[in-house]
Design a protein around this ligand. Structure first.
Ligand code: A3P
Length: 319
């Protein structure tokens, strides 16, 4: 249905205070143009809508948070820059993937726009914004998107842990059940998750050459095949020589959960800026699928699965 949210006037803090509130614990979200955007990022989201100019050769790594973004950032970055950086001395060995590929929201939030403008083309950027909120310069240009999606149950569990870990000591813990309710209602960050995924799913059906839709579980099952698919989409397919030399396997290995988690750069340091700081190690919690079984009762899982089935009905997308 058509969202009736008015366009923001000049003074966005007054405007933001009029929007419906959601989220859980320390994560406050506001309903903006049909999605629940984290309050602290709303001014940046509005500024992106107004001012961000995509370049035709920009590449965006996109996700609903906690769907495997860190992994996809690493794979995309390693694949696109493989002739520039030999894998033995790769920046991913010394920097967290989020230091190699920054969010557009972050460039705006942290006042780093000139840094983003100075990046050489093709830029590799990341974004969590829903497709329908993106500015025209992104949706009607030839820039490309790689999207990663994950089982909603594991995504929620991952998000709850992540947020609990970064919770300031002064803030009360959030019981999992409370996060579960917010997630089901769709008020978790950039929720509803299903709508987020469906918008990119439909965009990938309309324009498969512009939007590649990947699933976390399929990538876990077949990392090498999916790395090849990614490279082809990015217009830098692996050559016969690279295939023979095991480059695909090497990239997959470099970007694997175990490898990244073991690196000093990911054991220390932080990400984020004003209002939201997380440690690098929180991006490598457990990995894989099925941890939801340790957090949800069978009834909760059935309820979440039923929402997923209902939301994705006849879309062709299964999660
Ligand atoms: P868990 O919390 O279930 O362990 P995001 O990167 O979007 O923030 O998502 C984080 C989730 O992806 C975490 O899930 C994390 O462990 C997992 N993850 C991070 N790096 C990964 C990798 N290289 N391979 C597979 N999963 C990874």
């Amino acid at each position: 249905e058509e969202d009736q949210t008015p366009r923001p006037p000049q003074d966005c803090s007054d405007f933001i205070s009029t929007l419906p509130k959601g989220g859980w614990g320390p994560i406050r979200t506001r309903k903006y143009q049909g999605f629940w955007v984290p309050e602290i990022f709303l001014p940046s989201v509005m500024a992106i809508q107004k001012n961000f100019k995509a370049r035709p050769d920009d590449l965006f790594v996109v996700s609903y948070p906690k769907s495997g973004t860190t992994w996809l950032k690493a794979l995309t970055f390693a694949t696109m820059t493989r002739t520039q950086y030999p894998l033995a001395h790769h920046p991913l060995l010394s920097f967290n993937p989020h230091d190699c590929v920054l969010y557009v929201e972050q460039y705006f939030h942290e006042g780093l726009i000139s840094k983003m403008e100075a990046l050489p083309s093709p830029r590799i950027l990341a974004i969590h914004m829903p497709y329908s909120l993106l500015p025209d310069s992104m949706t009607s240009s030839s820039c490309r998107f790689v999207y990663i999606c994950r089982d909603p149950k594991d995504t929620l569990v991952s998000m709850w842990h992540f947020r609990e870990k970064s919770r300031p000591k002064t803030v009360e813990p959030t019981p999992f059940a409370e996060a579960f309710e917010a997630f089901c209602e769709g008020t978790s960050p950039v929720g509803p998750m299903w709508d987020h995924a469906l918008e990119y799913w439909r965009a990938s059906l309309r324009s498969p050459e512009r939007v590649l839709f990947l699933k976390y579980e399929e990538m876990m099952d077949e990392p090498v095949g999916n790395a090849r698919r990614l490279a082809e989409f990015l217009s830098c397919p692996f050559t016969e020589e690279e295939e023979k030399g095991g480059v695909v396997e090497d990239i997959v290995e470099l970007c694997s959960f175990e490898k990244l988690k073991s690196l000093e750069a990911n054991k220390m340091g932080t990400q984020g800026g004003p209002g939201f700081v997380v440690t690098n190690d929180s991006f490598f919690r457990k990995g894989g699928g099925g941890d939801w079984k340790n957090h949800m009762s069978p009834e909760m899982a059935r309820r979440l699965d039923a929402i997923t089935q209902h939301k994705l009905f006849e879309s062709g997308l299964t999660l």
